[in-house]
Design a protein around this ligand. Sequence first.
Ligand SMILES: Nc1ncnc2c1ncn2[C@@H]1O[C@H](COP(=O)(O)OP(=O)(O)O)[C@@H](O)[C@H]1O
Ligand SMILES: [Mg+2]
Length: 290
Amino acid sequence: MTDRIKVLIVDDIPETRDHLTKLLGFESDIDVVGAAASGAEAIQMAVALGPDVVLMDINMPDMDGIATTEQLAVKCPAAAVVMMSVQGEADYLRRSMLAGAREFLVKPFSSDELTGSIRQVWTRERDKQSRIVAPAAAAAGATAGTAYAAPGTVVAVFSPKGGVGRTTIAVNLAVAAASLGGRRVALMDASFQFGDVGVLLNLNPKNKSIADLTSQLETGELEELDSYMIEHSSGVRVLLAPSSPEQAELITAMHARRVVERLRAEHDLVVVDCPSSFNDATLASSTRRT
Ligand SMILES: Nc1ncnc2c1ncn2[C@@H]1O[C@H](COP(=O)(O)OP(=O)(O)O)[C@@H](O)[C@H]1O
Ligand SMILES: [Mg+2]
């Protein structure tokens, strides 16, 4: 990944675009990736080029800089807009900020003011992004951009009360972690009696649940665990709870622990959806043996 700041210039006046391009061309840490002559072109180019910073003229025919900024916030949210205007009135400033601009430069500005603003906005934005990404990556057992350390992390989602959103959180956490890419994510439904992970993910296979593994679990051989897991379209590999409540009794704490340990060894993240009661199997699924 390069640390150069990718800048897109948006101004309807060709001389201004050329002038800004030349000015920024002297900066070793800034790359002008494109120059758009209108709001519509700016959106197209921003989507295609993924700039870090967009230098936006406020006064343009057709779509002005404020309307363009509003659309960019939806279509290219990672791009930070620096608004440029000959008018410095509070109303312009307020409307620009409401539209999502991060900085406001009143023309004429010096080249130092321009580059200073670009760098400041970029640094702020990068810090913000890293704070957003870091918790998700940490939950998935990795820091951004680095590989997982083996064995994987176990995240058990528990609450002593039912209906508070455990399954919703567990399922969404697993799917979100899988969608970050490059991670092996398992989801285990440990609500052995009334598990509903299959319902949420629309999975309803026959004879594919932890209950079907009990004979192997007794002997400790878990060679076939893989074939009892279902791959969801998100990439999450799911081990469902038994399809009928009475089968829950077959699963002991030792079984639950063996399954979690095995899943941990083969995945970067193991999310466990726990029931609302403490029993031996829940404790075994959600605590780590040291
Ligand atoms: N953040 C939320 N806001 C509103 N409803 C929610 C939220 N999280 C879950 N729900 C709803 O609450 C109900 C119970 O959620 P569920 O995840 O099954 O809870 P639990 O697993 O703790 O029993 C479901 O109908 C679910 O759609
Ligand atoms: Mg639940």
